[in-house]
Design a protein around this ligand. Structure first.
Ligand code: CUA
Length: 324
């Protein structure tokens, strides 16, 4: 372990999310191993130095030439410890990559030099993200310019925020309170000032906060408006002049592509489908859709995706894929 990491973990704020606790357990376990072996080896070095110093009367004739049991035990024991640490890390890594299906999704846009957040009911905020305690929350993030990195020490979370591609983190905050959020990727002159706060509220307070500032239209309703205004409904709606894949029931289900492969219709897929429509063609449909690159900003993309998400439980008006 790097010494910087050990010092950082001693200085870190108390864990404030379920994931942070498992990261801490892993970290403390690794540190305990390092301390144990450091002390053991140091003690043996000192002990043998004293015992076999020049002129001591320790026996030196017929020293042991080898001990197979000790060597095998040492190798296997250390390998098993390594596997235990690896397994703990793998569990944290895999858990972090799979947000629960019922998580609250908040769209986060980073730019030089601020953090913008959009809630599902349409409420927006800057440099402050309100979240409920005791519920899983997904931050789906994208940058409007350069690479930034979201870093919340109390949640032991750090994830790069990239232009042109969604990345996500999720957490379940355990205690209401205010937790600092930093940008952890050098992104220009005011990088060090690119800070925000995560405000964790009791679920009832969060609901009240959300309702208090809600605009007339939810994010999904805004997306529905764009869906018509941008002409998407002409093909994806019913009836359609040129039938395109329907959007009802699409969100998070597998989609078969024209090359026979299959992808999940998650936020990243929907984003690509809008901006690079010819990258992945749904089986049975023709590559006719024009790109909307440069015609939609990040907020509008979020609204369109929220609209598709709002249709997840509806029945498609035509088959999603056409068998070939
Ligand atoms: Cu954004 Cu550093």
């Amino acid at each position: 372990m790097r010494p910087g990491l050990a010092i950082a973990s001693l200085l870190a704020p108390p864990a404030a999310s379920t994931g942070a606790e498992s990261v801490d357990t892993l970290m403390l376990g690794a540190m305990a191993l390092v301390v144990f072996f450091s002390v053991l080896i140091f003690a043996l070095v000192v002990g043998f130095s004293v015992r076999y110093r020049a002129g001591s009367d320790a026996p030196r004739e017929d020293p042991p030439r080898g001990n197979m049991r000790m060597e095998v035990g040492w190798l296997v024991g250390v390998a098993l410890l390594g596997v235990v640490l690896w397994a703990g890390g793998a569990v944290v890594f895999v858990t972090e990559g799979r947000p629960p299906q019922d998580a609250v999704t908040i769209a986060v846009v980073a730019k030089q030099w601020m953090w913008k957040a959009q809630h599902d009911n349409g409420r927006r905020e800057i440099n402050r993200i309100h979240v409920p305690a005791g519920q899983p929350v997904v931050l789906r993030m994208v940058s409007e310019d350069v690479i930034h990195s979201l870093f919340v020490p109390a949640f032991r979370l750090k994830q790069d925020v990239l232009p042109g591609r969604y990345t996500t983190v999720w957490f379940e905050a355990t205690r209401p309170g205010t937790y600092p959020l930093y940008c952890a990727e050098y992104c220009g002159a005011d990088h060090s000032g690119m800070r925000a706060e995560i405000e964790v509220m009791a679920p009832a307070d969060y609901a009240a906060w959300l309702a208090a500032g809600a605009p007339a239209r939810s994010l999904a309703a805004e997306g529905a408006g764009l869906f018509r205004a941008k002409g998407c409904s002409g093909c994806h709606g019913a009836p359609a002049t040129v039938p395109a894949p329907p959007l009802e029931g699409l969100y998070q289900r597998p989609v078969v592509l024209s090359d026979g492969s299959s992808v999940t219709a998650d936020d990243a897929y929907l984003r690509d489908a809008i901006l690079q429509p010819n990258k992945q063609i749904v089986a049975g449909y023709s590559p006719l859709m024009p790109t909307f690159q440069g015609q939609l900003d990040e907020d509008e993309l979020s609204a369109l995706i929220a609209y598709v998400r709002s249709l997840r439980d509806e029945r498609p008006h035509r088959p999603l894929e056409v068998p070939q």
